[in-house]
Design a protein around this ligand. Structure first.
Ligand code: GTP
Length: 368
């Protein structure tokens, strides 16, 4: 089905004219990713047909992606891009999932209170996540809630192994970018394989929660309202998710370079005001200049690439801050209730070295 969205070029809004929309009036958007055949459409079918009481607009590339939607589409006029389903959900066929397409869809706001955007099986979602996070300025009535990845329990270990060993493939990038990972098709594997899969996923992305599913059947809360990007003020959940970060087993960690991307975790004491200001400078060097300050450049070696950053930073005056990042974009916001958890930083990316990162930040902030 063709739409006219491709022809529409988003109009940039002068930031001075941007309307400040209260957080509770914004519509959350979840990016759904996952390798070819992992079970994305099966999950969407589940969401579009179950009686869960939510009014979710699901954006798929083509109606034909989901057999169930195709069947329902029979009664819809040829030019209709929107399909209202019995359970209150709205299905939208958008070929170009760009800002203009979403902005156009927002004219139907009120008919839905949530957006799930399914990407194609070979997409790297980090660019899309960065775009929606950044474009809250241009579509002020949505915010990026999180990235959900569906992985095929039977095939994901094979799919993650890249031919070139040091370069991560699309499957690994999708896992690296996720806030929540569904290990689907668990009916096809035994417990040992599930443990291997879980360890490998945690090695790549220690910051994501992992859920086991069959035929995409899950509690919707594992997909929506993750509040992973902390764009709104209810960010206790973001602190909790960082607190719960755990790595895969050590053995899996040793094999992390098989996948090209890994998580590293740094721990820090509470920071003084001066150290907190220096931390901002340090993170800019890492994310904007791709360098580790205060360590010998010869030690750094191959070029690194950071896909996701998450963290909690404590200041010694009791203030607690949450760090979120996608590629070179990052945001540091104060947590509302100041829950006391240790300072923890997680970097997910390529050619990262935990010891060098820790040395760099210790030297830069004069921690030891
Ligand atoms: N055994 C088993 N099969 C599943 C499960 N989930 C999905 N499938 C099957 O796997 C196949 C692929 O599922 P889809 O939902 O189309 O996967 P997809 O990620 O949308 O695939 P692409 O659109 O090609 O990227 C279908 O035949 C599904 O019926 C599951 O949990 N167990």
């Amino acid at each position: 089905m063709m739409t006219d969205f491709d022809d529409e070029i988003p109009t940039l809004i002068d930031s001075n004219e941007t309307v400040d929309i209260p957080d509770d009036k914004k519509v959350p958007l979840t990016i759904l990713t996952g390798y070819l055949g992992a079970g994305k459409s099966t999950l969407i079918s589940h969401i579009l047909t179950e009686r869960h009481g939510h009014k979710i607009a699901v954006i798929v590339n083509e109606f034909g992606d989901t057999a169930d939607i195709e069947r329902r589409a029979v009664n819809v006029g040829e030019d209709e891009e929107y399909l209202e389903l019995e359970n209150g959900c709205l299905c939208c066929s958008i070929r170009d999932a760009g800002v203009a397409a979403i902005a156009k869809m927002m004219r139907r706001k009120g008919k839905f209170d949530y957006i799930i955007l399914e990407t194609t099986g070979l997409a790297d979602p980090s660019g899309l996540a960065e775009m929606f996070w950044e474009n809250e300025l241009y579509i002020p009535d949505i915010y990026l809630d999180g990235v959900v990845c569906v992985a095929d329990a039977k095939n994901v270990l094979k799919q993650m192994e890249s031919d070139t060993r040091r370069s991560a493939n699309e499957c690994v990038r999708q896992i690296a970018c996720a806030d929540s990972i569904m290990v689907n098709k668990q009916d096809l594997v035994d417990e040992f394989t599930l443990t291997d899969v879980r360890d490998a996923l945690k090695t790549i992305n220690a910051g994501a929660t992992v859920h086991l599913t069959s035929y995409g059947k899950l509690d919707l809360g594992q997909v929506i309202d993750l509040n992973a990007f902390n764009s709104v003020t209810k960010n206790d959940k973001a602190v909790k998710s960082i607190e719960n970060i755990t790595h895969g087993c050590d053995e899996a960690h040793n094999h992390s370079h098989l996948f090209g991307i890994q998580s590293i975790e740094l721990s820090l004491p509470s920071l003084t005001n001066v150290q907190y200001a220096d931390f901002d400078m340090w993170i800019r060097c890492v994310l904007w200049e791709n360098t580790l300050p205060s360590v010998e450049t010869v030690e750094i070696g191959e070029e690194m690439e950071i896909l996701r950053t998450k963290g909690v930073i404590n200041r010694d005056d009791g203030a607690v801050y949450i760090l979120q990042g996608v590629r070179d974009m990052y945001e540091i916001k104060q947590a509302p209730n100041g829950p006391s958890i240790n300072t923890k930083l997680v970097f997910i990316g390529k050619n990262t070295n935990q010891d060098l990162f820790q040395k760099s930040i210790n030297n830069y902030l004069k921690l030891q």
